[in-house]
Design a protein around this ligand. Structure first.
Ligand SMILES: [Zn+2]
Length: 138
């Protein structure tokens, strides 16, 4: 099972629209005007979500912006922002009953000893989907 967000629910779409509108200055890319909400960012770049729920990764060093396809990377970007914007958490994958606590972060989703850096193993969710079924003899 791969972690994915799927289509953005209507309630989350409303949250994203509000966040973009309240962000004030739109995020501006070098070659075009890009309107979105910054999910998280640092000196090296940031991840931005647009009103359609597409996530874009902007690299400050190269000045480029790349589309982030649905998958663990996108889940992680939204999970980081969901910490301060709970409306986004509705979009995150629900923990299935078969999931186990992430052993790397102890189920917390981040590493407090490293300034709360997001756990790369569980992309901030604190749990891991069930392991793929092993083929007998494989
Ligand atoms: Zn973890």
């Amino acid at each position: 099972m791969t972690l994915m967000l799927g289509p953005m629910p209507e309630t989350v779409r409303a949250t994203v629209r509000r966040l973009i509108e309240s962000a004030g200055e739109p995020f501006v890319e070098s070659d075009r005007r890009f309107v979105g909400f910054v999910l998280w960012g640092g000196p090296g770049g940031c991840d931005i979500i647009d009103a359609d729920g597409e996530v874009w990764s902007s690299c400050a060093w190269s000045g480029t912006t790349e589309h982030v396809p649905d998958g663990p990377r996108k889940v992680g970007a939204v999970a980081i922002a969901a910490d301060r914007e709970p409306g986004l958490a509705l979009w995150l994958p629900q923990r299935p009953p078969s999931a186990s606590d992430c052993g790397v972060c102890g189920g917390v989703g981040s590493w407090p000893q490293m300034n709360g850096v997001q756990c790369p193993e569980c992309v901030g969710l604190g749990w891991l989907p069930e392991l793929p079924v092993q083929c007998p003899g494989g």
